[in-house]
Design a protein around this ligand. Structure first.
Ligand code: HEC
Ligand code: HEC
Ligand code: HEC
Ligand code: HEC
Ligand code: HEC
Length: 410
């Protein structure tokens, strides 16, 4: 062999060049192979077989191949889910395994795929064409697939698939009820019954003792204090625990413990997390006008609570535990007795005047007035006066209609 080289390392040149050559060939093969083995090719191949078995070769030949995409410009979504989920709009694959199963017909009959895509309801990463990334199982992806699996990992008490309803409610926020979103409906009912608006602004109306909840679903994970939370450290878990026992997480909060069941707390967590600021075009918002419909009676009750003669008890926080029924104030939690008759009741029970009782309270009220609601002597005078007014109103109502129980609980 001829010796012709300028290289100072003739002995290593050739092995290096040979090595580089081999790497190039191998990586070319690998790239080609990786593209061939995208899972979707297999899913499409298998779907075509299934169509052929059931409907014949002609139908199978008409099944589209390659990447399938729905582009919904108004929602700015490019969803390629049907690249694998090809059976979505087919009949006859209702019992097939995923991803070859026919879609439940009702949701996409009301919300046609061409106009809605998939991810507005399901979440996930629309443009991805591999299973993991499409289902949003990637770090920092903000819209995970709200699937049964996620519901299982969140230990949902009843319907493991319910998480998808959070996305329904982004458009259906102002509906009083939405068929198919039963967990959200339950939570909306609780929000009305428990009088959350006495303390919170929700959808633009309500009180200011607690924070405005209209966009609470946008709170970033860093804004939560997880230090008192055991188990999963997610916004969902935080809200569930907070609904079950607000003080366990926020020591000095006046938010009452409503003794919600797990199912109720989870439904409420879904509801509050769906309250996000999402730019949805008006045509995609269900319900008009775009305010929450409330019955005349509900509006009246809230107004009465916030501005009526019992407003002092609401703004001071007494109503967290006490109803003052003669003033139309209903306590969400009803931990203490109705204060309408406190003036008389304190005298009967403790043999003390109401002034005296508030100056040196005993039992629960000793704790409440030293830790939760600290009143100056002047404020205590106001309290006494308000309690007297309530009792006077009670007596007046008694005389007007002396039926037993009027002015009692509720
Ligand atoms: C690469 C193929 C592929 C793509 C793309 C894909 N999926 Fe899937 N999907 C699957 C497979 C396979 C399953 C069956 C479960 C499994 O093994 O992961 C599945 C299951 C599901 C399920 C059932 C979960 C459950 O709760 O049982 C849902 C919902 C779903 N996909 C939604 C979507 C949405 C929405 C998109 C688009 C953002 C999408 N998929 C894109 C392959 C895909
Ligand atoms: C209007 C909202 C909506 C749209 C749009 C929508 N889906 Fe669904 N999808 C649902 C609902 C609701 C279910 C039934 C979920 C349930 O009961 O868990 C469902 C069920 C599914 C399932 C079966 C999951 C299971 O739990 O059994 C898959 C897979 C799926 N959808 C994929 C898609 C794909 C792919 C698209 C787009 C072509 C799409 N969906 C569009 C609402 C929607
Ligand atoms: C992108 C917005 C959007 C999402 C997400 C969405 N919907 Fe809707 N939905 C609408 C609009 C808009 C209408 C009204 C359609 C019409 O009147 O033609 C509607 C209509 C309906 C109706 C018919 C009854 C009615 O109120 O008129 C039901 C039931 C319904 N949606 C349930 C759901 C459920 C359940 C989900 C979640 C799985 C969901 N929707 C997700 C926008 C949405
Ligand atoms: C007596 C007043 C009061 C009532 C009634 C009340 N809350 Fe609260 N809520 C508060 C206060 C104060 C806070 C802030 C301290 C805390 O996190 O507990 C709060 C916090 C919250 C938070 C967390 C907000 C955030 O930014 O982290 C949510 C969610 C919430 N409340 C929902 C509700 C719901 C739903 C109801 C009705 C079932 C309700 N609240 C009833 C006073 C109240
Ligand atoms: C955290 C709950 C809670 C809050 C907030 C609260 N209370 Fe009480 N209060 C109670 C309980 C429980 C009792 C019954 C205690 C007992 O019987 O020993 C009670 C008893 C009373 C009584 C005696 C009533 C009777 O009929 O015997 C008065 C008066 C009273 N509270 C006034 C107030 C006032 C005024 C406020 C607001 C400044 C207030 N409370 C806030 C829980 C609360």
């Amino acid at each position: 062999m001829e010796h012709r080289t300028d290289s100072p390392y003739p002995a290593t040149d050739r092995p290096i060049l040979a090595g580089v050559g081999v790497v190039l060939v191998v990586s070319t093969v690998l790239f080609w192979w990786a593209d061939r083995t995208h899972d979707w090719r297999y899913y499409q191949y298998r779907f075509r077989q299934m169509v052929a078995e059931r409907f014949g070769a002609d139908k199978a030949a008409a099944v589209p191949s390659g990447i399938q995409q729905v582009w919904v410009s108004e929602l700015r979504r490019a969803d390629r889910c049907q690249t694998c989920h090809q059976a979505v709009s087919w009949k006859g694959f209702e019992t097939a395994e995923e991803p070859w199963r026919t879609h439940p017909p009702e949701p996409i009959r009301i919300h046609p795929v061409a106009r809605y895509g998939c991810t507005v309801c399901h979440g996930g990463q629309g443009w991805a064409i591999d299973t993991g990334p499409a289902h949003g199982e990637v770090a920092h992806w903000e819209e995970p697939l709200l699937s049964r699996w996620l519901g299982e990992s969140y230990s949902l008490a009843t319907d493991k698939r319910a998480l998808i309803q959070m996305n329904c409610n982004i458009c259906h926020r102002y509906d009083r009820e939405t068929k198919g979103a039963e967990a959200i409906n339950l939570a909306k009912r609780l929000v009305r019954e428990k009088g959350c608006r006495a303390c919170h602004v929700i959808n633009g109306s309500g009180g200011t003792i607690g924070p405005d909840l209209t966009e609470v679903g946008d709170k970033a994970p860093e804004q939560y204090d997880f230090s008192r939370l055991s188990g999963q450290k997610t916004a969902f878990a935080w809200h569930v625990a907070h609904f079950k026992d607000p003080r366990a997480l926020v020591q000095d909060t006046v938010m009452p413990n409503f003794h919600f069941t797990t199912e109720q707390a989870q439904a409420l967590a879904m509801l509050v997390l769906s309250w996000r600021r999402v730019a949805v075009p008006a045509a995609y918002l269900s319900g008009a006008p775009r305010t929450e419909p409330r019955t005349a009676e509900e509006v009246k009750r809230e107004e009465e609570m916030k501005t009526g003669p019992g407003a002092w008890f609401v703004s001071t926080g007494c109503f967290v535990c006490h109803s003052i029924s003669v003033f139309g104030v209903t306590s969400p939690a009803q931990i203490g007795p109705d204060l309408s008759i406190a003036v008389e009741d304190v005298q009967k029970r403790f043999g003390r005047t109401i002034d005296d009782f508030l100056r040196e309270p005993t039992g629960t009220m000793a704790v409440v007035l030293s830790r939760q609601i600290v009143l100056t002597p002047e404020q205590k005078q106001v309290a006494v006066q308000k309690l007297r007014e309530a009792f006077a109103e009670y007596q007046r109502q008694q005389q007007a209609s002396p039926t037993p129980g009027n002015g009692g609980a509720r």
